[in-house]
Design a protein around this ligand. Structure first.
Ligand code: CMP
Length: 144
């Protein structure tokens, strides 16, 4: 089924100049970019985005990292977009991500793992709503 997913290049990926390379990989795979913005993440948004990790010992570090410099947030659309995007990203821990995946090729540590992607269609719906206004997502009206 055609799905939308939320993907974000984290501060380390933006600072290292990997946005173009990463967007290109998703586009070449066939996923369509239907929303995108470079932004500094407010503390409140970071905390809400990562709410499920609130009790984890790394929560504070995670929030301060994600708010440390701009991220590139996007919405990608296509068949099975949620799982396809996760396959392209590789495992959460870059040390275990396969070569050929985004984290496998560019990352080394779990704290700075370059990219985030929704882990389910439910998370995708929640995260897209959290990060984007309806008007700023082209949805199905994007020109093919
Ligand atoms: P992400 O997919 O953005 O979702 C939660 C994030 O928490 C994850 O990527 C990691 O970057 C981060 N994370 C998970 N485990 C750890 C850890 N042990 N130390 C620091 N960050 C972590």
């Amino acid at each position: 089924a055609v799905e939308k997913t939320f993907v974000m290049v984290k501060p380390d990926g933006v600072q290292r100049g990997l946005v173009g390379e990463i967007v290109s990989r998703f586009e070449k795979k066939g996923l369509k970019l239907v929303g995108a913005k470079l932004m500094q993440v407010p503390q409140s948004l970071a905390e809400e985005h990562y709410a499920e990790h609130k009790e984890r010992p790394f929560f504070k570090d995670l929030v301060s990292f994600i708010t440390s410099s701009p991220v590139f947030a996007m919405v990608l659309e296509g068949d099975s977009a949620v799982s396809v995007a996760r396959t392209l990203m590789g495992k959460t821990n870059p040390a275990e991500s396969a070569p050929g995946t985004i984290r496998g090729d560019f990352g080394l540590t779990i704290g700075m793992n370059i990219i985030h992607g929704s882990d389910s269609t439910e998370s995708a719906a929640r995260e897209i709503k959290l990060w984007f206004n309806d008007e700023s997502v082209a949805y199905d009206r994007a020109v093919d």
